[in-house]
Ligand binder design. Structure first.
Ligand code: PLP
Length: 400
């Protein structure tokens, strides 16, 4: 008999975590390795937010809280949605979970029955399909193309919807492609959804504040108010406020869904950390000026990486609108021979050979459901990025 449950046997461990672990292992062995696998900002949490957490400890805010968030944080989240997204929610429409990932997981566990389908545009964040499987549903993948900047095309969405479709998962700006939907593109997706009233929409807006070249961020419930009653708008403090370790994510949506998610939490995690919740109150209500300052730094890094990768033999790197990832194509190198003498058959081989030859760790596209591509996280210093991209150029030049 297998130790793992039937549900868990359908799931694979996170490929991005595996790449970081492999890179760390090689570094321990003394290899000179640059890891571009990490999905977190290299900046520190701002001091004002740290101070709020210290004060929370000193004030004894160290007990159980309401299961899905303290009223002060729910109020701050409502104010954020009003101020930044033009969306009105009551505190009873807000969920706070221990991170953005658990928000999505709680929503799926609360709503999926066996056989329910969840549409996942590819390339997708690695956790979506496995969270759907763990919750008992079936992921339905819809491929996008580099030509369409990795954005879901309305006709492809229409073709993927069945009577069993429960959710569409949207993620803009996207991990791994960095693609962000314009208002017009979201409206075109919304027009399809209006014809299918049984489909709910979960929009993962985690990278909302990391957008470049003056891009205007919008979210689907704001673009199409007729979808408000079946949209869960999810966000969190991890990326915008450099708070990945604090574990606070949140979402707003229809009250019955929010109640169902709280029910899941009441019998599993209970409340998110009380201290981290108070830190998140300060993050959302406090000064926001460091956000565009940090985004400007990310934009400079994006431009550097895109330009250097496009000078590498056989690579093509589209310019993404947001997040801190690029998703270049390595199609030009497939079927060719790496310096090791081995043939590069797919993007997994490409990533493995690059790591072996030049010590640069990237995540292969197959992990995100769209090949032959790879993902680079540019949430690291300019010097490291220049070194890494020079090594990638050298590797590509050595492929025959
Ligand atoms: C698209 C996307 N959504 C959600 C998350 C999860 O964020 P958190 O660390 O708050 O769980 C991530 C983190 O990598 C992400 O890339």
């Amino acid at each position: 008999m297998s130790l793992e449950s039937q549900a868990l046997r359908r799931v694979k461990p996170s490929a991005t975590i595996a790449v970081s672990a492999k890179a760390r292992e090689l570094i321990r062995q003394g290899r000179d390795v640059i890891s571009l696998g990490a999905g977190e900002p290299d900046f520190d949490t701002p001091d004002t937010i740290k101070a709020a957490a210290i004060k929370a400890i000193q004030d004894g805010k160290t007990k159980y809280t309401d299961v899905d968030g303290i009223p002060e944080l729910k109020a701050a989240i409502c104010a954020k949605f009003e101020r930044e997204n033009g969306l009105s929610y009551k505190p009873s429409q807000v969920n706070v979970s221990p991170g953005g990932k658990p928000v999505i997981y709680n929503a799926l566990v609360a709503t999926l029955s066996p056989g329910d389908e969840v549409i996942v545009p590819a390339p997708y964040w690695v956790s979506y399909p496995d969270m759907v499987l763990l919750a008992g549903g079936e992921p339905v993948f819809v491929a996008t193309t580099a030509k369409n900047n990795f954005k879901l095309q309305p006709a492809d969405l229409e073709a993927a919807i069945t009577p069993r479709t429960k959710w569409l998962l949207l993620n803009s700006p996207s991990n791994p492609s960095g693609a962000a939907y314009t208002r017009e593109e979201l409206q075109a997706v919304a027009d399809v959804l209006l014809r299918h009233p049984h489909v709910w929409i979960l929009t993962d807006d985690m990278y909302e504040h990391l957008i470049y070249d003056g891009f205007e961020f919008t979210t689907i419930a704001q673009v199409e108010p007729k979808l408000y009653d079946r949209t869960l708008t999810m966000n969190g403090v991890s990326k915008a406020y450099s708070m990945t370790g604090w574990r606070i994510g949140y979402a707003a949506g229809p009250e019955p869904l929010i109640k169902a998610m709280a029910k899941v939490m009441s019998q599993s995690t209970s409340n998110p950390c009380s201290i981290a919740q108070w830190a998140a109150v300060e993050a959302l209500n406090g000064p926001q000026d460091f956000i565009p300052e940090r985004a400007a730094i990310f934009q400079t890094r994006r431009d550097l990486v895109v330009s250097m990768l496009n000078q590498a033999n056989g690579l093509f790197c589209p310019t993404p609108e947001g997040a801190f990832y690029v998703y270049p194509s390595c199609e030009g190198l497939i079927g060719k021979t790496a310096p090791s003498g081995r043939v590069i058959k797919n993007d997994e081989d490409f990533a493995a050979e690059l790591l072996e030859s030049e010590g640069v760790a990237v995540v292969h596209g197959e992990a995100f459901g769209l090949s032959p591509f790879f993902r680079i996280s540019y949430a690291t210093s300019t010097e490291i990025l220049e070194d890494a991209c020079s090594r990638i150029q050298r590797f590509c030049a050595a492929v025959r």
